[in-house]
Design a protein around this ligand. Structure first.
Ligand code: HEC
Ligand code: HEC
Length: 292
């Protein structure tokens, strides 16, 4: 009972198809989805670091070196092993990766391919770097949670298609769910549903409690179209400015862990807005967490 559980690793055959377009798309997704945790300020590469915003009760959590180094990075992982981890949360040695690591059970195969093509590219963020990993030291609580609350996902049995990019609401939904917006902006990490995000408790109504780098709670705002407590009265421009640049009219800029999504095109950010306007409004007033 004293360890993170292990599971069977299914062998997945995945051929990465690399094109200049897939590498560019993969870079954009990696910057938005992985760099926040894996980027090391000293090496300027994805060599991992201490996760200062992981609640202390989870233990000491370190992200790992995911450059192409064969010994310290993931240079000796096959594409199939990587896809299996990203889809299910199970590492190549069978161990479940603690709740902190991103999981992408619903991302389109084409986008998974893009992330892998970037990780295998010659971009300086991912070329081999021999910085050693510091293993995480998960607490008993994390180990228990990984047995009772957090379970690996089943590997998808069918190909997952890209959304219709001409349909803004559909595109916005895909981005809002796969860029993890919903996981921070719903009620609680523990009640999020990654396979059916809409069934997450308080879907997009905020109140979740991620931490900043000093370990202080940063309450997440309500992004449902409720006029009083959500963003029902926001304009598209206000939304795009907040998401891409962290700007809020007449207020302090948005703080960590709400990172500016500068990689999103205006059209993509607007699509997220259009999607959010279609979901049920929920009345839930969240006070902004401001520390001086
Ligand atoms: C919220 C933080 C977070 C995000 C976001 C994140 N990771 Fe991780 N990742 C971690 C942590 C923490 C670990 C170490 C888990 C452990 O201790 O077993 C890890 C482990 C890994 C590993 C296993 C490495 C090894 O040697 O065992 C790979 C591969 C990986 N991440 C790739 C990615 C990719 C690709 C993305 C983006 C799609 C990503 N991660 C996003 C935190 C994160
Ligand atoms: C790691 C958690 C996290 C993720 C992921 C995240 N957010 Fe946030 N978001 C926050 C927090 C916390 C705030 C409040 C920051 C503050 O008060 O300074 C916030 C603020 C916002 C705001 C401002 C709302 C208001 O009422 O002030 C918008 C809009 C927003 N996020 C949209 C998004 C979108 C769109 C995505 C996905 C592309 C996203 N967020 C992903 C945590 C997150």
């Amino acid at each position: 009972m004293s360890d993170i559980p292990s599971y069977e690793v299914k062998e997945i055959n995945f051929q990465v198809k690399s094109t200049p377009e897939s590498i560019a798309r993969g870079k954009k997704l990696t910057m938005m989805l992985c760099a926040n945790c894996h980027m090391n300020e000293e090496t300027k590469k994805l060599t991992g670091k201490r996760m200062l915003d992981a609640p202390l009760e989870f233990g000491k959590i370190y992200s790992q070196n995911i450059t192409q180094d064969k010994e310290h990075g993931i240079g000796n992982w096959t594409a199939g092993e990587l896809v299996y981890l990203l889809r299910t949360g199970i590492k190549k040695n069978g161990q479940y990766s603690p709740p902190y690591m991103a999981k992408l059970p619903k991302m389109a195969d084409e986008d998974i391919n893009a992330i892998l093509s970037f990780l295998q590219s010659n971009n300086s963020m991912v070329t081999p770097d021999d910085s050693p990993d510091t293993p995480s030291d998960p607490s008993l609580l994390t180990k228990i949670l990984c047995r009772v609350a957090f379970k690996p996902f089943t590997f998808p049995s069918e190909k997952i298609e890209m959304p219709d990019t001409n349909n803004k609401v559909e595109l916005g939904k895909y981005l809002a769910q796969n860029l993890d917006c919903f996981s921070c902006h719903s009620a609680d990490f523990k009640t999020n549903n990654f396979l059916a995000p809409e069934l997450s408790k308080g879907y997009f109504a905020g109140g979740n409690k991620p931490l900043d780098l000093q370990g202080r709670i940063m309450l997440t705002p309500n992004l449902t179209p409720d006029n009083e407590t959500g963003i029902g009265s926001w304009t598209k421009e206000e939304f795009v400015n907040a998401v891409k640049y962290g700007m809020k009219k007449g207020e302090k800029a948005l703080q960590y862990p709400m990172m500016p999504y500068t990689q999103l095109s205006d059209m993509e950010a607007e699509s997220i807005f259009e999607y959010l306007q279609t979901i049920p409004g929920i009345k839930n007033k969240v006070e902004r967490s401001i520390y001086e």
